[in-house]
Design a protein around this ligand. Structure first.
Ligand code: ATP
Length: 234
């Protein structure tokens, strides 16, 4: 296995008294696409939020490029090179497409991603650049959310259910751009409820169930039956 870029080690997470994650461990190597799958409430978003610094974790439970970052705030995590595409996109509704993208670049690092590169990846966004973000279709808004994250020039992109609520043809279109993103040297952790989509895109799969890793392995070695059993806990 190539050297890990992200190492999650025994990560716990709580919402008040409620414990959402129980000692979760996960690796993502340089240039690797890892998928995290699981049913509603399994803890997938909590895992991504903990890595992204939106929920504080024990310092040494998240290592990035060998450095402990579990207790860093979100802005410091972005500056290290981790960007989150959040569930539900969370675009700024009063801003245009381009203004949303530019905000993504404010906290990040220097690198290959700028407006020009994002518009090359998603040409429709160049056409819509001056429109308010909410006037775009769901798929186009998801492209803005991905573009905004890329503008910070991350080394690791965390994507939370980018296909949620989108038509299959739009999902295919968005997933078709992922190889171009990885070609820039990024690693991806993708939360996905669609097992077939996850197996297609990722080289490694983690299945979360009630806050624990119920199954993990190389995508090629996991059958859909095994994954379904871990997914649904049957
Ligand atoms: P989904 O696909 O529904 O987003 P998920 O796998 O991403 O599910 P999380 O959103 O991480 O799951 O939620 C994990 C658990 O934590 C769930 O039981 C959820 O109800 C709980 N939870 C999530 N956010 C909060 C919160 N802000 N306050 C209290 N409990 C929460």
């Amino acid at each position: 296995m190539p050297e890990p870029l992200l190492e999650v080690r025994g990560l716990d997470a709580h919402y008040g008294d409620f414990r959402a994650l129980f000692g979760v461990s996960l690796d993502a190597a340089h240039g690797q696409i890892v998928a995290v799958i699981g049913a509603n409430g399994a803890g997938k978003s909590t895992l991504l939020k903990s890595i992204a610094g939106m929920m504080r974790a024990r310092r040494d439970s998240v290592l990035f490029a060998g450095e402990p970052i579990g207790d860093l705030a979100a802005h410091a995590v972005v500056a290290r090179g981790i960007a989150l595409v959040p569930e539900g996109r969370r675009l700024f509704p009063s801003l245009t497409v381009e203004e949303n993208l530019l905000i993504g670049g404010r906290l990040g690092r220097p690198g290959p991603w700028d407006l020009k590169r994002v518009y090359e990846l998603f040409p429709i966004l160049a056409e819509r650049r001056n429109q308010p973000a909410p006037s775009l279709s769901g798929g186009q808004q998801q492209m803005v959310a991905i573009g905004r994250a890329l503008m910070s020039n991350p080394r690791l992109l965390l994507c939370d259910e980018i296909s949620l609520g989108l038509a299959p043809i739009i999902i295919r279109d968005i997933y078709a751009r992922i190889p171009a993103i990885v070609a820039e040297g990024l690693s991806l952790v993708i939360v996905e409820q669609d097992i077939v989509q996850a197996l297609k895109i990722a080289s490694h799969i983690y299945c979360l169930q009630e806050g624990r890793v119920a199954l993990s392995g190389e995508a090629g070695a996991l059958t859909r039956e095994k994954i379904s059993a871990a997914y649904f806990g049957v």
